[in-house]
Design a protein around this ligand. Structure first.
Ligand code: ATP
Ligand code: MG
Length: 405
């Protein structure tokens, strides 16, 4: 079947009242960005539908990317014909030639956005229903829940036929919820948290703490590669790498082992808050899940949260590890996340972190450190890069070497 366009139906947008226009505009922009490499496409985002005209571009390649755009409820590949009922009949027959099976039920569903056409919707339903029944004795009409609904849309520039509805990514267009930072480690949870935040329309920038010489270039590259895995949902993502070695060395030297984790996390949050201010982000997202490890008890979250009043949002907080892993597999980050490059937290992890750290103790231990100086020097060393889905950071040879370890 030679499709000529993809008709896109919006998701939750329809309920968004007066914000509707900006939602649709954003979805249009995101779609144009996501499909920028296909230069023949024409994309028009109207009030109730978006139309992606293929103009000869490969349908299957385009659809792969369309499936990742948040804010799309479902979409249909469509065939455009002239405003001529004979042409519509011929195309309907061609479609049924491909899909008709014994006992299959169908109905015709016609819409007219152009009321000047010579037949109205009922007439068109009758004419086309008759054509199909005449040509395909093995199928029958059924109004309620038929196997196939052939949709016919009469527009001023032509008539569009479609019969498939493919589920889209759902969610809200990225950017409609404002900007946030994601604390991205090399683990399983934070990329999933990032995906879920993007799905709710958050425009994310990644913050990754790294500690050379204690952590390898590969650990940093792994975080970048994970970012590239999330990039198709957005087009491109900013990756902010923050040097963390001096803080970790100092904390290790001057803070009791039980509080190492808590104090390190408090530093991470302070840094995130400063970066958020600079970059006009409204909230910090992370991959914490309640009770998963020592630093993720409620006492621990409270002790860490103490350093900021900025919202810390935890999209996977109540998910079981297995469910997080399922999403990680769906978004293809799992295999990357389990690669054995240690990030800064693993290297400086205390053997027995306190599961119920106290806020007063945390403050007390920190009062002996040059918090401002440490934060300032770390911020001075930040590096920002832009990452797209086409970027690759882990080199294949080193990957297979690491697998042997
Ligand atoms: P993950 O699988 O996301 O690494 P985890 O179960 O290993 O999570 P922790 O290592 O305790 O949990 O980290 C909790 C959260 O803190 C992470 O989900 C992430 O958001 C943030 N985090 C941890 N390490 C880093 C890092 N090096 N850079 C940025 N954020 C980090
Ligand atoms: Mg981790």
């Amino acid at each position: 079947m030679q499709y000529t366009e993809i008709t896109v139906r919006y998701g939750e947008l329809s309920t968004k009242g007066k914000n509707r226009r900006s939602f649709i505009d954003r979805l249009g922009t995101n779609t144009r960005n996501a499909l920028a490499s296909f230069d023949k496409l024409e994309i028009k985002a109207h009030r109730d539908r978006m139309h992606i005209r293929l103009n000869g571009e490969d349908y299957h390649e385009v659809v792969k990317l369309v499936k990742k755009i948040f804010g799309i409820q479902n979409f249909s590949p469509a065939i455009k014909v002239g405003r001529d009922v004979e042409e519509v009949k011929r195309t309907a027959i061609e479609i049924f030639n491909e899909i008709a099976t014994d006992g299959m039920t169908f109905k015709i569903n016609t819409r007219r956005s152009d009321h000047n056409f010579e037949y109205d919707t009922n007439q068109l339903n009758d004419i086309l229903g008759g054509t199909i029944l005449d040509n395909f004795p093995q199928v029958k009409v059924q109004m309620k829940q038929p196997d196939i609904t052939l949709r016919v849309e009469v527009r001023s520039d032509g008539i569009y036929l479609s019969y498939e509805q493919i589920p889209g990514a759902g969610g809200l267009p990225v950017g409609t919820a404002g900007k946030g930072l994601l604390m991205l480690s090399g683990g399983i949870d934070s990329p999933v948290a990032g995906y879920l935040a993007l799905k709710r329309g958050v425009d994310l920038e990644m913050v990754h703490f790294y500690s050379p010489p204690y952590t390898s270039e590969q650990a940093l590259n792994k975080a970048k590669e994970l970012t590239a895995k999330l990039a198709p949902y957005v087009g491109k993502i900013r990756f902010i790498q923050v040097p963390f070695a001096e803080i970790q060395e100092t904390v290790k030297k001057d803070v009791p082992a039980g509080y190492l984790m808590t104090i390190q996390r408090r530093f991470m949050l302070r840094l995130c808050e400063k970066i958020a201010e600079q970059r006009h982000a409204l909230a910090i997202f992370n991959g914490e899940s309640l009770g998963q490890v020592a630093s993720q008890t409620m006492e621990s979250m409270a002790a860490i949260n103490d350093v900021t009043s900025m919202p810390i949002l935890r999209p996977v907080v109540s998910m079981d590890k297995n469910d997080i892993i399922k999403v990680a597999e769906e978004i293809d980050t799992f295999n990357l996340s389990i690669k054995p490059y240690e990030d800064c937290c693993t290297v400086f992890a205390p053997t027995a972190p306190k599961t119920k750290p106290r806020i007063d103790r945390s403050r007390e231990y920190e009062s002996k450190l040059d918090v401002d100086g440490l934060i300032e020097r770390s911020l001075a060393g930040i590096k920002i890069t832009e990452i797209t889905s086409a970027d690759h950071f882990l080199n294949a040879q080193e990957e297979s070497f690491a697998e042997l370890l």
